[in-house]
Ligand binder design. Structure first.
Ligand code: NAI
Length: 242
């Protein structure tokens, strides 16, 4: 499935999954705008990517999000920016709660709303892929704000899909399980990390490449009759034995 001629936006593109998604979409022929706050890191991400262009974007700032949509509308929007501040719910700081909700849920709403408005104004379809998490569907300890935000994102995905389907705007969610990135590699090398891996039915962490097929499915016309879908990519973690 080629994405030639398609314009894509990936938020949170300066590291981890976002940077990987920029490369995957560009390799399939899309011209990709890589959005995040750190322009120096975005330049590095885009350096080796033909068709990649950096764009300063803070999903917690409406003006910044609207500016990213000032040009031609995007055909594909990957709502990937996210943060996680771990902590016990009893002691959790309200500022951390607000920041997590603002980035992981309201940020995705801001981006999706701008994407849908631009698509509708130009009478063009848009595929919005919200990067949620298996923690939006089940819970774990010390991630209450993150899990609440991702669960909200799963429900927002379905609500927006319902409202925007008639305009050709598709909204689907990808729910990765634990994916190895530079940020969490050290944790998964510890005893606690290894114990977590043993609870995944496939007995391994996800690799970023495991998300390529599902991402391209949802981004492309191959999923033209899919909207409001929630796809877990987790080595079976969600169906692990209780
Ligand atoms: P990461 O920390 O490497 O990437 C997150 C990106 O979002 C960074 O580039 C960061 O700068 C950006 N970002 C944060 N706040 C932003 C803001 N206000 N505006 C614009 N960009 C902002 O983490 P990772 O692992 O690559 O995560 C990417 C997405 O995948 C997140 O939404 C995360 O919740 C989700 N996810 C990750 C999993 C994993 O195991 N790595 C599992 C399930 C979901």
């Amino acid at each position: 499935m080629t994405l030639k001629g398609q314009r894509a936006l990936v938020t949170g593109a300066s590291s981890g999954l976002g940077a990987h998604f920029v490369r995957v979409l560009a390799d399939s022929g899309a011209s990709v705008v890589a959005g995040a706050r750190n322009e120096a890191r975005l330049e590095e991400v885009c350096a080796g990517v033909s068709g990649g262009r950096p764009c300063r974007l803070d999903v917690t700032d409406r003006d910044s999000v609207e500016a990213a949509f000032a040009d031609e509308p995007f055909d594909i929007v990957v709502n990937n920016a996210g943060i996680s501040v771990a902590g016990a719910a009893l002691d959790y700081a309200e500022d951390d709660w607000q920041a997590t909700l603002d980035t992981n849920l309201t940020g995705c709403f801001r981006v999706a709303q701008c994407a849908a408005r631009a698509g509708i104004a130009a009478a063009r379809g848009v595929s919005i892929v919200n990067v949620a998490s298996i923690l939006g569907l089940r819970v774990a300890g010390h991630v209450a704000a993150y899990a609440a935000a991702k669960a909200g994102l799963v429900q927002f995905t379905k609500a927006a899909a319902l409202e925007w389907a008639r305009h050709g705007i598709r909204v689907n969610a990808l729910c990765p399980g634990y994916v190895e990135t530079p940020l969490n590699r050290d944790f998964f090398a510890t005893e606690a990390g290894q114990a977590m891996i043993r609870r995944i039915p496939q007995r391994r962490l996800g690799q970023m490449e495991d998300l390529d097929g599902p991402l391209l499915l949802l981004a492309s016309d191959a999923s033209r009759y899919m909207t409001g879908s929630v796809i877990a990519v987790d080595g079976g973690h969600l169906v692990s034995s209780l």
